[in-house]
Design a protein around this ligand. Structure first.
Ligand SMILES: Cc1cc2nc3c(=O)[nH]c(=O)nc-3n(C[C@H](O)[C@H](O)[C@H](O)COP(=O)(O)O)c2cc1C
Length: 258
């Protein structure tokens, strides 16, 4: 199995040292090909906010940098670990710039049924940074099956150190089980409703966001309950269907263009 760790620190420092422990743990479990992608070594210019990727299609991004190479590596991996230390209460600027580069994926997600692990070094004290990164990965289609936030064990008392390592092992094992079994959480009601909101957008904003409409058409999503065939709880399916007209009505009353 191929695992890709996307590293958000501007140096090969503490978060790398801890990710090596995740790598070691995974390798005790099975045949693992573990790769690192250091964002600091990639060329990713700052997003200039032109919206072309979102509206017209990702191929229209004027930056012509390493984005597609990174995407390809994510696609080739069986599972992805997003790693960042906390810098000023949240993820690093490098990781945020990477996230912005892939903003079009929230409109047109592609990573369905791929497990992800979020590791925010020091995220134990900044839970919102873990939640944020998990939200990003989910919006791109990933199944976030493990979330880890620990400090540097070398800075800790033996007791706290032990606790952190146990946490790292527990979350790594969860990630491995999802990779091995292929058993991923079914879409929640939140996911099902999100799907319908994007459907309303794709139809209503067809002129301004032609790439979204094209994606929905190409993937034959307009008559579906979710992006892929998943074992959906029938009650949740019905609730999401019933709520769609109400959501549309709310959007018509609130925003232009619906
Ligand atoms: C610019 C900057 C801002 C930081 N902000 C925080 C912070 O808000 N909270 C925190 O606990 N640590 C903060 N740190 C400390 C780092 O999280 C810590 O040194 C971490 O081990 C760095 O990981 P790295 O070596 O992988 O970059 C900050 C470090 C830097 C350089």
């Amino acid at each position: 199995m191929k695992i890709l760790a996307i590293m958000g620190s501007p140096r090969k420092g503490n978060s790398y040292k801890l990710t090596r422990l995740i790598e070691d743990r995974l390798k005790t479990k099975g045949e693992i090909d573990f790769e690192y992608l250091f964002l600091k070594d990639t060329e990713l210019a700052n997003c200039i906010g032109c919206h072309l990727c979102v509206q017209r299609g990702e191929e229209f991004c004027p930056l012509h940098d390493d984005r597609d190479h990174i995407l390809k590596r994510m696609e080739e991996a069986d599972g992805v670990i997003f790693v960042s230390p906390v810098y000023m209460f949240t993820i690093t600027a490098l990781m945020k710039n990477f996230v912005d580069h892939l903003a079009f994926l929230v409109h047109r997600p592609i990573f369905f049924q791929k497990p992800a692990m979020i590791f925010i070094h020091r995220g134990d004290m900044f839970q919102e940074s873990i939640k944020y990164m998990a939200r990003v990965a989910r919006s791109w289609g990933f199944s976030v099956v493990a979330r880890l936030g620990i400090p540097d064990p070398d800075d800790m008392t033996p007791q706290s150190r032990e606790k952190s390592i146990r946490k790292l092992e527990k979350e790594t094992d969860k990630f491995f089980r999802a990779l091995e079994s292929g058993k991923l959480p079914a879409p929640s009601l939140y996911d099902l409703l999100g799907f319908r909101v994007w459907k309303i957008n794709a139809l209503a904003l067809k002129k301004d966001f032609p790439a979204d409409y094209q994606y929905w058409k190409e993937h034959k999503l307009f008559d579906k309950d979710y992006y892929y065939d998943a074992p959906i709880n029938p009650l949740k399916k019905v609730i999401a269907r019933l709520l769609e007209p109400l959501v549309r009505m709310f959007m018509r009353r609130t925003f232009q263009g619906y």
